[in-house]
Design a protein. Structure first.
Length: 147
């Protein structure tokens, strides 16, 4: 946990934020998707149109091989599924969903830096996993990691 906090603190310095104090959370996020896209995604999420933008904006900044190499890697389908933290068809068993919802000391929600995932985005990710977590291979399924 200390390593995670140090990595998050380093990332905070890089992106120009301050280190969170005990019990502090990140600030509420603005939806990445438009209202029309949110309505469509809650019924039938499509990876490239709905899931990829959320994961790129909220998750892969930390969950990649450079920042948190020993934790969940969301750079592509192979790496994400290898972690076992996304259980297709079972959002209740998926740590991706659980960790976004979880509250624990120092980090009350994911992501621990920047804008947190909105309720609509969590609902979309949950529905995507419930419907089988389809994630294409190749460039369509590769998330861009910002430098």
């Amino acid at each position: 946990m200390k390593t995670l906090f140090c990595a998050a603190s380093t990332l905070l310095l890089i992106v120009g934020c301050s280190t969170p104090k005990e019990g502090e959370t990140t600030y509420p996020g603005q939806d990445i998707l438009s209202p029309r896209e949110i309505i469509a995604a809650k019924q039938k999420p499509v990876f490239e149109a709905h899931i990829k933008p959320i994961l790129e904006a909220r998750c892969v900044v930390c969950h990649n091989h450079k920042v948190l190499p020993k934790l969940m890697n969301l750079e592509n389908r192979t790496k994400a599924m290898a972690s076992g933290k996304i259980v297709p068809g079972h959002p209740e068993q998926s740590l991706l969903v659980h960790n976004i919802e979880a509250s624990h000391a120092g980090v009350n929600t994911m992501p621990p830096v920047g804008e947190r995932i909105t309720k609509d985005e969590l609902a979309i990710l949950t529905e995507w996993i419930k419907q089988g977590a389809e994630w294409p291979t190749g460039s369509a399924g590769t998330l861009k990691v910002q430098p």
